[in-house]
Design a protein around this ligand. Structure first.
Ligand code: 2HG
Ligand code: ZN
Length: 467
């Protein structure tokens, strides 16, 4: 690469380009520690004009660009390709006023927790709950169509995003920030960019549709003896009034979170835990405890022991109970570098799939330790697999992924329910979506990014988006 590129990059965003190895280190490896790369530079644009100028230079010189938000992704979707320029959106932190319709436009670098703070100051809430919300940015959430714990009530990021602004590979700007509630004028570019994982444009601003908050919440946990009894209870669980979330974790996963928290779980950890979160906005004048009582009665009438139910009322109690679910990811990371899979299966396959997972995993590596949890209402299973000792070789990691994902596909599930494809799941994209759909995606990619500079190796093999 000629030095004219470096000079042009410096001129595109003066003072905003990092090349020092130490300064670039935190942009080079992602949170999972499984993915890493060596960028040639990191650009920290402060405005959409900076982003446009950086992209135009990279496009002219055919240098790869890797857009990066909070670097909390789990599929290697924002890890630099070697020799690429990382464009971090962390300095894009503008915020608009909250409008009368509850929408607000913020820079892509605003974190989810900052957006939540802004929402609460204005008597609203974001409707998106991610354990990584302190670091995850709105731009990253948009690019990956993040899900989280409250999808049941508020949908995924896609449902909360009313508009956005993004810079195309050649530096041109697509501005859809206005986010009109009704606007049937041609292709929906906002929804195309949401979930496109940085392969079509760099999202610089997002218009978020805030929602009305609850006045009160209630968190419940149920320690079912096994997955079968939990699955049998799903319809009843989904009949709780004011439902925000129905999550699950194997008892053994709860035990890990408890060890991390240095505390004792309030219920037995032999079986299958379900966590339910309720909000009071739609239960009228009744308290959540009163409103939920009939459903609890029907669960006990169907055979669940009352001493396998925990109810958390105060903020402190709710946080404590919820942390047995929310801190599992952290407890897994503390134990080693896991193979992380995020699969979804049809609801009627959930039980058989979860019960078969240990033998699926042990068929590849008898010492491997599956840690299972996820989003019960969406039949979404976070399959984390820890090595019995040391670290998995790449070959064993791939064999584990193949064994689990083959099973997922054989029952009509998805190899990525909410974390995206990134680099990690690319091998399965054609098997998941079929050649016709992948070619349709590649045609879009090639039209928007003809020199394939944006996030190469994500979704498509590097240089293989061609049709
Ligand atoms: C969650 O639901 C996140 O907690 C992380 O999606 C899942 O660590 C994981 O596998
Ligand atoms: Zn999740």
């Amino acid at each position: 690469m000629d030095s004219s590129f470096d000079a042009a990059l410096d001129a595109a965003a003066p003072g905003r380009i990092l090349r020092d190895a130490d300064a670039m280190a935190r942009y080079s490896t992602d949170w999972t520690r499984r993915w890493t790369g060596s960028p040639r530079a990191v650009a920290r644009p402060r405005s959409v004009e900076d982003v446009a100028a950086v992209l135009a230079v990279c496009n002219d010189h055919r240098v790869s660009v890797v857009p990066q938000g909070g670097n909390t992704g789990l599929v290697g979707g924002a890890v630099p390709a070697d020799g690429s320029v990382v464009v971090t959106t962390e300095a894009l932190t503008s915020t608009s006023d909250v409008r009368e319709d509850g929408s607000v436009t913020v820079g892509a670098g605003v974190t989810l927790h900052e957006l939540e703070r802004l929402a609460q100051e204005n008597g609203r809430t974001t409707g998106l709950a991610l354990a990584s919300g302190a670091s995850a940015t709105v731009g990253g959430v948009a690019s990956t169509n993040a899900g989280g714990a409250r999808v049941l009530r508020y949908g995924t990021a896609r449902d909360r995003i009313g508009g956005l602004r993004a810079v195309l590979a050649n530096g041109e700007v697509v501005d859809r920030r206005v986010g009109l509630r009704k606007d049937n004028t041609g292709y929906d570019l906002t929804n195309l960019l949401v979930g496109s994982e940085g392969t079509l444009a760099v999202i610089t601003d997002v218009t978020w549709k805030l929602v009305a908050p609850h006045r009160d919440r209630l968190v419940l946990a149920f320690a079912f003896p096994d997955s079968g009894s939990a699955a049998d209870a799903l319809t009843t669980l989904l009949s709780f009034p004011g439902l925000d979330a129905v999550e699950w974790a194997a008892g053994s996963a709860v035990k890990r979170a408890a060890a991390l928290l240095d505390t004792t779980p309030p219920l037995p950890t032999d079986g299958f835990w379900v966590f339910v979160e309720l909000g009071d906005s739609d239960v009228g004048d009744r308290s959540l405890v009163d409103a939920s009582a009939p459903v609890i009665d029907s669960l006990t009438a169907s055979g669940l022991d009352a001493d396998r139910i925990a109810v958390a009322v105060s903020v402190t109690e709710r946080r404590a109970l919820w942390s047995f679910r929310e801190r599992i990811t952290e407890s897994v990371s503390a134990a080693g570098v896991p193979v992380k899979l995020d699969v979804g299966v049809p609801v009627h396959e959930f039980c058989a799939f979860v019960d078969a997972l240990p033998s699926t995993v042990h068929g590849v590596d008898a010492a491997a330790i599956p840690v299972l949890f996820g989003h019960f209402a969406e039949s979404n299973i976070h399959v984390n697999i820890l090595p019995g000792s040391g670290t998995f070789s790449e070959a064993v990691a791939e064999a584990l992924e193949d064994a689990v994902l083959d099973h997922v596909l054989s029952v009509g599930g998805t190899v990525s329910a909410e974390h995206g494809v990134g680099r990690a799941k690319r091998r399965w994209l054609t098997r998941q979506r079929g050649a016709v759909q992948v070619q349709a995606m590649a045609a879009i990619k090639n039209a928007w990014d003809p020199h394939s500079i944006l996030n190469p190796g994500v979704l498509f093999d590097r240089g293989q988006a061609a049709i």
